[in-house]
Design a protein around this ligand. Structure first.
Ligand code: NCD
Length: 353
């Protein structure tokens, strides 16, 4: 598969998703520190983050490094020449003279596409304001497939609840479009009043033959729910709205999962969760519950982003060939609360579409 830039999930169909995820599975032993790959030895990534980020910036960087490349980065406007009035065009063209790929996060919708217009070096959208976050949606879908593989479920026909700030949450904007490439899904969209999913996205998904239902309260039974995907309230994107956000009844916690969902429900969240008092974002009482896939989800970021770089830079074959073992010691399990089935040696988790 050839791809010039990764700007939107609109660039994908099911065949392209399958090709990318086959590569992500090949990347797993490297992402899980069991094998070493030098496919991008000598290559340099420019990681330009003009908005706050922890996992997206670090996992893109880790993915590039695990492919043998090196990373240069800049964070925020303050320390970039944009603070001196430099345009997106000039910034993009200048940095492209130094690096082999760019990952850009920017607070304005469409800004990353403008970076791409000024260069032939591949540009990846690491989040453009409330617009899209395609690599997150890809790793979310990859995680869903991995989780479903354990219980023989398929994405076709799944019931997915998207919960929280569906108006400004770019992760859910990209994810609902990507999931709508599958067949016969049921979406329950649960948002506090004022933070509903944009109408044109709901209509596009319904036109593809999916069932879409919107609700403004959380505590109602969700029949045969396969995925509960919670999101943070994106206060930094509010433009003067007086929206309360999550009230205590909106909190996704163990009691919600036990009473409204089911034993098979996979709990997801793109993270970060807002742990400030009164935020009522995803509760920590689910951290020891193996239905919570939130850290398996964030871990998936490295393999999926390795697959994205391998595709953009044309080194797919190098990732799929035999790879040498890693020579250093690393743990069997990453986190003390990780589910028993989740070890670093379970190198290639299954994937079921
Ligand atoms: C998300 C983002 O930046 O859109 N985080 C992420 O990349 N995993 C979600 C958020 O900030 O709430």
């Amino acid at each position: 598969m050839t791809m010039d830039h990764l700007l939107s999930v609109d660039q994908f169909d099911r065949d392209r998703i399958d090709a990318l995820f086959a590569l992500a599975r090949a990347a797993e032993p490297v992402a899980r520190r069991r094998k070493v790959c030098r496919a991008l030895e000598g290559a340099v990534l420019g990681n330009l983050f003009f908005e706050a980020s922890t996992r997206t910036r670090i996992s893109f960087a880790a993915a590039f490094c695990r492919l043998g490349g090196a990373v240069c980065d800049t964070t925020g406007f303050t320390f970039s020449s944009m603070a001196k009035g430099e345009s997106i065009h000039d910034t993009s063209r200048v940095i492209s003279g130094y690096v082999d790929a760019l990952v850009v996060r920017h607070p304005e919708r469409g800004a990353v596409a403008q970076f791409a217009q000024a260069t032939h070096v591949p540009v990846v959208n690491g989040g453009d304001g409330p617009g899209e976050h395609p690599s997150q949606a890809l790793l979310d879908l990859y995680t869903i497939g991995c989780e479903f593989a354990r219980s023989g479920r398929r994405v076709d026909g799944a019931h997915v609840a998207l919960i929280g700030d569906l108006k400004y949450g770019r992760t859910v904007h990209s994810l609902i479009k990507l999931l709508s490439l599958y067949r016969g899904l049921r979406f329950t969209l649960i948002a506090p009043p004022g933070l509903e999913m944009p109408e044109q996205l709901c209509e596009a998904v319904a036109r593809r033959g999916h069932h879409v239902e919107a609700r403004s309260t959380l505590l109602q039974r969700l029949d045969e729910l396969d995925v509960a995907y919670a999101t943070r309230i994106q206060r930094e994107r509010f433009s003067g709205e007086s929206i309360e956000g999550y009230t205590p009844e909106f909190r996704v916690d163990k009691s919600f999962l036990d009473t409204c969902c089911g034993p098979q429900t996979v709990l997801m969240h793109p993270l970060p969760r807002d742990s400030a008092p009164g935020a009522h974002d995803l509760s920590t009482d689910l951290d020891t519950d193996s239905r919570s896939a939130i850290f398996r989800q964030s871990d998936s970021g490295v393999a999926v982003r390795m697959a994205i770089f391998a595709t953009l830079l044309g080194v797919e074959r190098r990732l799929q060939g035999p790879l040498p073992d890693a020579g250093w010691r690393s743990p069997q399990r990453i986190g003390p609360n990780d589910a028993p089935f989740y070890t670093l040696d379970a190198a290639s988790r299954g994937w079921s579409a």
